[in-house]
Design a protein around this ligand. Structure first.
Ligand code: FAD
Length: 229
């Protein structure tokens, strides 16, 4: 089920901002405390300060805020996501709860071939029949996998073991709490041409929330070639 406040991503996923304590003023006051100064409202000089901090990579003032995201994505996307160590995660447990039967089947346009060498791949469209075959084969594997999982659970096998039958296209859910500095690091790596297309879609959604909550910081990040401070 996709919560109302979420951005829909892929076929069964979403990014939802569950809560935030995030604004541009927190960056300004984090920096201005060096001079025992504090602002209640942003003005033009504060916008200039944020641009300077971003450009010169003074990163710590961008850490006095937090975004709490609720994510639903395939397990292979979560594996990539959880390599980002600066942030906190809690994930749906396949030991304690039963797996859902939602699995990722790419849209035909997202079935692609991989051309070139490691580090310099390009991803090219495939003919329609290849895309359809890929989607059918994935569906067949998912059906068998989920049926096996259910059978094992019904036989009394522990869910923590029965889950071995599930492929990485199965959906999972987690909460991710992160500050703007770490979020920008994530965005620079994962909303990038070199990132896998599926996690990129999620990063694009997260990016909308940074833009909404911290517009000056976000504009400075973009103007700085998307390099995290
Ligand atoms: C296109 C792409 C391909 C990838 N391919 C692979 C792959 O094939 N295999 C693989 O294992 N991973 C791969 N990764 C994951 C990658 O190596 C990082 O683990 C991941 O992107 C998290 O980045 P990060 O360390 O900057 O983020 P975080 O873990 O959130 O860290 C944020 C920042 O904190 C600092 N930091 C955190 N921990 C340390 C530390 N221990 N020591 C020093 N500084 C630290 C660094 O400045 C870091 O940039 C890939 C990532 C991308 C984007």
């Amino acid at each position: 089920m996709i919560p109302e406040t979420g951005i829909r991503v892929l076929d069964h996923g979403f990014v939802r901002l569950d809560g935030a304590m995030a604004d541009d003023l927190s960056v300004v006051n984090g920096a201005r405390v060096s001079f025992a100064r504090r602002k209640e409202e942003m003005d033009e000089s504060d916008e200039g300060l944020i641009r300077f901090l971003m450009r010169d990579r003074h990163g710590t003032p961008f850490e006095h805020n937090s975004f709490r995201f609720h994510i639903r994505c395939p397990i292979f996307v979560a594996r990539e996501w959880m390599r980002h160590r600066v942030g906190s995660f809690n994930e749906f447990s396949l030991r304690y709860a039963k797996a859902s039967d939602d699995f990722y089947v790419p849209d035909p346009d997202d079935v692609r071939s991989q051309v070139g060498k490691p580090g310099a791949y390009s991803f090219e469209p495939v003919p329609e029949d290849v895309a359809e075959t890929a989607r059918e084969r994935l569906r067949a594997v998912y059906d068998t996998a989920y049926r096996t999982y259910q059978e094992l659970v019904e036989l009394g096998v522990a869910r923590e073991l029965a889950r071995c039958a599930l492929p990485v296209g199965a959906y999972t859910e987690f909460y991710w709490t992160v500050n703007a500095r770490s979020l920008m690091n994530f965005l620079s790596l994962r909303n990038a041409e070199t990132a896998q297309r599926e996690i990129r879609r999620y990063a694009e959604a997260c990016e909308r929330f940074l833009e909404e909550k911290m517009p000056v910081t976000y504009a400075a990040f973009v103007a700085n070639d998307r390099t995290a401070p």
